[in-house]
Design a protein around this ligand. Structure first.
Ligand SMILES: [Zn+2]
Ligand SMILES: [Zn+2]
Length: 439
């Protein structure tokens, strides 16, 4: 009874103090949020100008020297600690807030694609280069120009509010998300190997990607696997060359390869769990020189996509046994090589649950929608293996354009409605700020 009374009195005494502390923290959080929104609005024209400049001057993977130079200069101007030349052209900026707290990381990719732009814009890319021996145009056809400009806008918004920021924000500007040129390392994996996530080590990491599947003003989010893991498949079928009029005198690798293609397509959903989406596609078949010779060998090149990390191994095993079974039954021989590419991009469910109120507040009622997983791959997955991560989609389709009519990422007609960019700035800024404040 006495203890209960003491507890009751204690609670009475503590209550006003706790309430006051809570109110003070709430006011601080509110003023930080207001400062971020004000700065994001002020920096919007600059974000659009950065994006147009990057768009006019696109650079292929591991060649982002001009872009990285601008990024480094802007981060230094804002007073961040800046490291350049990470994984070739990557830039890491560290913003220490005025108050102690945890560490979060925000990531943008900087590279463009060997695509010849067909969009009629005053700042359309006219850049041409040689890629794998071919003369090609270069275009920000995946929107990484927007990502880089948005993250610079975030640096501006958070640096402006740094005195009130309780913790540290690491800015990761990464090269070669689309894949390093043959023979070169690069991208997120190489940035991690070169210490981009050490000193300080983030405990959460956030990124976004612009997509035309959602209208400007919308953010799409999903927990779990959001982008597929991708592995490259290389199969060599060895038969025995013969006249095509007398196939029984040899072993026909083209017939074997044909059966392999159809059997591989049947693995997702038939040989592995249909409740976890996966895709096996053959994208190239090389073999033979003319119509009346059955060749010795056929090479098949393909890709394996999975949205559930635990499915990767079973699919690989089924592919190997399927190829082996078909080739053996035909008297042929085969080799299978599976080259691991990107892991599944996995949105940590607890982190998604924790940060959903932030995104709902930032996007506004009805503008935070559930995204569908995609069978494309993303090397943000490597960062999200190091710390719980969220990868969100930022809608950039002009509202008057129907989803079916919008050019997809990697199209020469890919188009970004720039009114969406400021929402990207606010989303990443508030994710970082709210996370640091324990929100
Ligand atoms: Zn892309
Ligand atoms: Zn991309």
């Amino acid at each position: 009874m006495r203890r209960a009374l003491a507890g009751f009195l204690g609670a009475l005494l503590l209550a006003p103090t706790a309430a006051a502390a809570g109110a003070e923290a709430g006011a601080k959080a509110g003023s930080l949020a207001a400062a971020i929104d004000a700065r994001a609005a002020a920096v919007e024209p600059q974000v659009i100008a950065w994006r147009r400049d990057f768009h006019r001057h696109p650079e292929l993977s591991n060649r982002e020297t001009r872009t990285a130079g601008i990024v480094a200069r802007e981060l230094e101007r804002l007073g961040l600690r800046v490291r350049t030349g990470v994984a070739h052209t990557g830039v890491v900026g560290v913003l220490e807030g005025g108050r102690p707290g945890p560490v979060v990381a925000l990531r943008a990719d900087m590279d463009a694609l060997p695509v010849t732009e067909e969009v009629d814009l005053p700042f359309a890319s006219k850049v041409r280069t040689t890629y794998l021996g071919r003369e090609v145009g270069v275009m920000h056809a995946c929107g990484h120009d927007a990502h880089t400009a948005i993250l610079l806008g975030v640096a501006e918004a958070l640096a402006h509010a740094r005195a009130e920021l309780p913790g540290t924000v690491v800015f990761l500007f990464q090269p070669a998300e689309e894949g390093a040129p043959p023979g070169e390392g690069g991208g997120a994996r190489m940035m991690i190997a070169e210490g981009a996530l050490r000193d300080p080590r983030p405990e959460a990491v956030f990124a976004l990607h612009v997509v035309p599947q959602h209208a400007a003003g919308q953010i799409a989010l999903r927990a779990g696997g959001v982008m597929a893991g991708s592995d490259r498949l290389e199969i060599l079928v060895r038969g025995r060359q013969t006249h095509a009029a007398y196939p029984w005198l040899g072993i026909d690798p083209i017939a074997v390869a044909s059966r392999i293609v159809l059997a591989l397509h049947a693995i997702p959903g038939r040989r592995v769990d249909a409740r976890h989406p996966s895709v096996v596609s053959i994208g190239a078949i090389h073999g033979g020189v003319r119509h009346n010779i059955i060749p010795d060998e056929v090479e098949l090149l393909g890709t394996i996509r999975t949205l559930e990390p635990s499915q990767q191994e079973p699919i690989h095993a089924r592919i190997r046994e399927t190829v082996r079974g078909i080739t053996e039954s035909a008297g042929a021989q085969s080799q299978v090589a599976i080259v691991e590419g990107y892991p599944v991009t996995y949105n940590d469910p607890a982190l998604v649950a924790r940060m959903t109120p932030t995104l709902r507040r930032v996007a506004g009622a009805g503008n935070l929608v559930e995204g569908l997983p995609r069978t494309g791959a993303e090397d943000f997955s490597f960062f999200a293996q190091q710390a719980p991560g969220i990868y969100l989609w930022l809608g950039i389709r002009p509202p008057e354009v129907a989803e079916a009519d919008a050019a997809p990422n990697h199209s020469p007609r890919f188009f970004v409605d720039e009114s969406a960019l400021v929402l990207g700035v606010r989303a990443l800024s508030h994710l970082a700020a709210d996370y640091l404040q324990g929100g």
